[in-house]
Design a protein around this ligand. Structure first.
Ligand code: URA
Length: 211
């Protein structure tokens, strides 16, 4: 089917949104997936974690971050005394697996963007953590945080380590960028920086709660 050009109608509630995502055929990835992966977790979370795209195991199970990167993510959450089902919601920039886990294409990200936007509107998280380059670029662009030029020239190491205020829908949300856990599995030396980012996000959450 030719990719859709008009955005999907905003889903009225969470169940409708999940259903819309699970049956989506707005881009060619829809025909290749086993399962779309809307996300999982608390529906009134403090934390929203946004990854890149489902991989092979996620595509099979219909759940986000269930492979090795997900195990590392769970350990990082546990270090903050969090678990993926309580106070946390986990999703991805794109909801269907790209073939051979290639990078998401710009048009795939654009087709999926209304779903992520609606998820954020319905979940109303208190802090957003962007995991890796694709989540960072998508959310920082959506939130009006950096110019397109800065977004596409700055490496992830220069985007992380600070708190942005992202305007998404009617909300202004603190947003922190950090390394993707799959990258951390390959580059464990950067785990300390990722931990610093998580602590920064936890501090931003605490500061927001006390105002
Ligand atoms: N990597 C991601 O970005 N998301 C997943 O759900 C799994 C691996």
């Amino acid at each position: 089917a030719a990719p859709a050009t008009t955005p999907p109608a905003p889903a009225p509630d969470w169940d409708a949104l999940e259903q819309q995502i699970r049956s989506c055929q707005r881009c060619p990835l829809g025909a290749q997936r086993q399962c779309a992966v809307p996300g999982m977790g608390d529906r009134r979370p403090d934390w929203l974690l946004v990854g890149e795209a489902p991989g092979e195991e996620e595509d099979r199970q219909g759940l986000p971050f269930v492979g090795r990167a997900g195990q590392l993510l769970d350990r990082m959450l546990a270090a903050l005394q969090l678990q993926r089902t309580q106070r946390v919601h986990i999703t991805n920039v794109i909801k269907c697996r790209p073939p051979q886990n290639r990078n998401p294409a710009a048009d795939e990200i654009a087709h999926c963007a209304p779903y992520l936007r609606r998820q954020i509107e319905l979940l109303q998280p208190k802090i957003v953590l962007a995991l890796g380059r694709f989540a960072a670029q998508t959310l920082l662009a959506e939130g009006g945080c950096l110019s397109p030029d800065e977004l596409h020239t700055l490496p992830l190491g220069k985007l992380r380590g600070r708190i942005y205020q992202a305007r998404i829908g009617a909300q202004t949300l603190p947003l922190v960028v950090t390394y993707h856990p799959a990258y951390l599995l390959r580059s464990p030396a950067d785990k300390a920086r990722a931990w610093a980012d998580l602590c920064l996000a936890a501090d931003a959450l605490e500061a927001a709660a006390s105002t």
